[in-house]
Ligand binder design. Structure first.
Ligand code: ZN
Length: 330
């Protein structure tokens, strides 16, 4: 009986029928296609590809974080409100005629030269957005101004400029790798304490995971990102905040100190040492030793309107497992 079952299973897996998964593009292929679109836009407009990539990635994160946006269905995720696209006074809200759209001061453009300004076409969306930016100029200050007028939110502008810096620094948009915050070779322990009554962190509920380890064990960046905050806080002690390319903010608290030359605005990559495990906090700057040394690790999500904390525990488990498997392969 078992043999029959094994044969059936074998047949299933070796049958030549094409599965859906085989037709799907890999993440790397998607990134390559997306990058081609940015570079084509840059060639046409001289707007640096990393600016376009940053806006697109910001918008993609919103689509995953918000219920009022469709999930991404194509390479480009920049969202343009249909009314903005067709023009506010356009009697035809679904207009895809480039001439009438222009007449009504709409955003829509025909980037792929098929005679239509389609809100569903990646190239049309990029043409529309770049045309908007070109009204301001393509240098950093004018681009920031264009962003401010578009989003009317300081935090959004700084998040997008941070992403642009990350993309420019690495020269790629393929930046999804993650790392566990502590090197696996050290002794440490952590468990799921999400939502427990106040721990060491000074918030009403415990917004994060505590990873217990010896004093001075290296603490590492978990993602590609940019240092958004660094300094002392009465509860968190010496702490650091890193914003990744998905609008997620990673918070590291109670550190013994920081790695040398670490600055706000600096680009980091997964595995990069940023400080050491400590027990700082609960007093004026420098106070330490009021509780056992541990890393408090928190994750916060920005959706373009507000920011909230979510449970980092499942992610920590996943990154730990991935790293463990990678080290076994070597
Ligand atoms: Zn904690």
């Amino acid at each position: 009986m078992r043999l029959v079952l094994a044969l059936i299973l074998l047949f299933c897996f070796t049958s030549p029928v094409k599965t859906k998964a085989e037709e799907k593009l890999s993440e790397e292929q998607i990134h390559t296609k997306r990058m081609e679109l940015f570079q084509k836009s840059e060639a046409l407009t001289h707007i640096p590809w990393y600016y376009l990539a940053a806006v697109d990635q910001y918008e993609r994160s919103l689509r995953f974080a918000r219920k009022d946006r469709e999930k991404p269905t194509s390479f480009i995720s920049i969202y343009i409100d249909p009314e903005r696209w067709s023009g506010p006074l356009n009697p035809n809200p679904g207009d895809d005629n480039p001439r009438t759209i222009t007449l009504f001061n709409g955003f829509g453009r025909d980037g792929d030269m098929d005679g239509k300004a389609s809100i569903k076409s990646d190239e049309d969306i990029l043409a529309a957005f770049t045309d908007y930016v070109l009204q301001y100029g393509i240098d950093r200050d004018n681009f920031k101004l264009a962003l401010w007028d578009y989003y009317e939110r300081d935090k959004t502008v700084s998040i997008i400029m941070g992403k642009a810096k990350i993309y420019k620094h690495f020269g790629t948009i393929h930046l999804n790798d993650k790392a566990f915050p502590l090197p696996l070779r050290f002794n440490y322990s952590y468990k799921n304490t999400w939502g427990d009554a106040r721990g060491w962190g000074g918030r009403r509920i415990h917004e994060g995971t505590d990873l217990f380890a010896d004093y001075g064990v290296p603490v590492r960046a978990t993602s590609y990102g940019i240092i958004e905050m660094k300094g002392w806080n009465r509860y968190g002690g010496w702490r650091i905040g890193i914003r990744d390319i998905n609008n997620t903010y990673h918070y590291f608290a109670h550190l013994s100190g920081f790695s040398e030359n670490l600055k706000v605005g600096q680009v980091v990559e997964p595995g990069m040492m940023i400080g050491g495990v400590g027990s700082s906090g609960y007093g004026p700057p420098g106070t330490s030793g009021k509780f056992p040394p541990h890393l408090h690790y928190g994750m916060y999500k920005d959706n373009g309107l507000t920011e909230w904390s979510f449970d980092p525990y499942p992610h920590l488990r996943q990154w730990e497992r991935q790293e463990w498997m990678k080290s076994r392969k070597r």
